[in-house]
Ligand binder design. Structure first.
Ligand code: NDP
Length: 329
């Protein structure tokens, strides 16, 4: 194990948050029973919020940000993991209350770790990352709610982003007719290459929400929230379901009970952070089976640790297409 390692550290002094490049020693890490040599992390929307202090994602200072990581076990006192094992971790407060993925070493609880499926390289695993994992959870929730390809189309909002791109690819491979909503018309051919059958403008769902609209889709994966989510719900067909994943357009939800009591529509909450381990493992297994790796490669770009601050601004501005992997070593 390295005696010194590189990390990014967020400090808060006199209520001012700064982001610094630092060198730490293993003794600086937080408590845990497994030490991981981190190979890759990623940049998710939440990492953008943490790095820019735009929202109080970080709840303990100083903090190593990075809400997900993959790597090789360097040291373990947890019986389920031994040195050399390939492991992935997302959620459980990583990068929020526990030192996260933007460091060459991480010490974490073995109970939080999932073995990397054989189908994936370490880089593939982070190309999926929190965003892809969340997209899988949303698709599984729609399936559990009885939304099958025969029920009708599924809309994905914020489609050109990370969660959106993986959701489009997964749903298309599973046989759903995918409607992709985007604010970037220039990404139409990209979204169609991932499997979208139809691409609609973000503006179509941004107006004053109606109580009920024309029934347009049987299911939805929503990354935007606010009026967009309200409009998506109002256009969901009888008995359909909407998976609420994100808030890129706002945390509010100006809707009514009409779609729920008149059309039996279900609103499904998706949380990746505290998802219990059995479903967590199931989601990674499903990703190994149901995600087209060529499409994953087409939606992924790799950056270095030194580039995450700039990329954080870009993701919050809605300018990142697909997924950003952060190469740590
Ligand atoms: P990205 O930034 O990659 O994707 C978000 C997309 O939303 C953008 O690409 C853009 O898509 C669209 N968008 C951005 N700003 C706006 C806006 N103001 N109004 C409408 N649409 C907008 O982020 P991620 O994919 O990493 O995350 C997506 C959302 O899901 C975030 O809110 C994130 O916090 C949440 N999330 C939730 C998780 C959970 O556990 N529930 C886990 C992971 C993420 P386009 O250009 O195509 O319109």
């Amino acid at each position: 194990m390295k005696s010194r390692f590189k990390a990014i550290l967020i400090r808060k002094d006199d209520n001012v948050q700064t982001v610094q490049d630092v060198e730490l020693t293993p003794a600086d890490l937080m408590d845990g029973d497994v030490t991981v040599a981190v190979s890759h992390s990623t940049l998710n929307y939440k990492d953008g919020l943490a790095l820019t202090a735009r929202s109080p994602v970080v709840r303990r200072f100083p903090m190593i940000p990075g809400v997900d990581l993959v790597g090789i076990v360097a040291d373990s006192t947890q019986p389920d993991f031994k040195p050399g094992d390939r492991v992935v971790l997302n959620g459980y407060g990583l990068g929020e209350t526990h030192y996260g993925g933007y460091a060459e070493l991480a010490r974490v609880k073995g109970d939080w770790l999932v073995p990397v499926p054989d189908a994936f390289t370490l880089a593939d695993t982070m190309a999926i990352g929190t965003a892809g994992f969340t997209a899988m959870l949303a698709v599984m929730a729609l399936e559990d709610a009885g939304v099958t390809p025969a029920c009708g189309a599924v809309i994905v909002t914020g489609a050109a982003g990370g969660v959106g791109s993986v959701a489009v690819a997964l749903l298309a491979k599973l046989g759903y007719r995918v409607v992709a909503s985007t604010g970037r018309p220039e990404e139409e051919s990209y979204l169609k290459s991932l499997g979208a059958a139809e691409v609609i403008a973000r503006a179509e769902l941004a107006g004053e929400p109606r109580l009920l609209g024309k029934e347009r889709w049987a299911g939805a994966v929503d990354n935007v929230g606010s009026r967009t989510l309200a409009n998506v719900i109002a256009a969901t067909s009888y008995g359909g379901a909407v998976a609420a994943c994100g808030m890129a357009g706002g945390l509010d939800l100006p809707t009514s009970v009409a779609p729920f009591i008149l059309r039996g529509v279900s609103l499904l909450g998706i949380d990746s952070v505290q998802m219990p381990m059995p479903r967590r493992r199931k989601a990674w297994e499903r990703l190994a089976r149901d995600l087209d790796m060529t499409k994953l490669a087409a939606m992924t770009r790799t950056i270095g640790l030194g580039e995450v601050r700039q990329a954080a601004e870009e993701i919050l501005a809605g300018k990142i297409r697909g997924r950003l992997v952060v190469e740590i070593r």
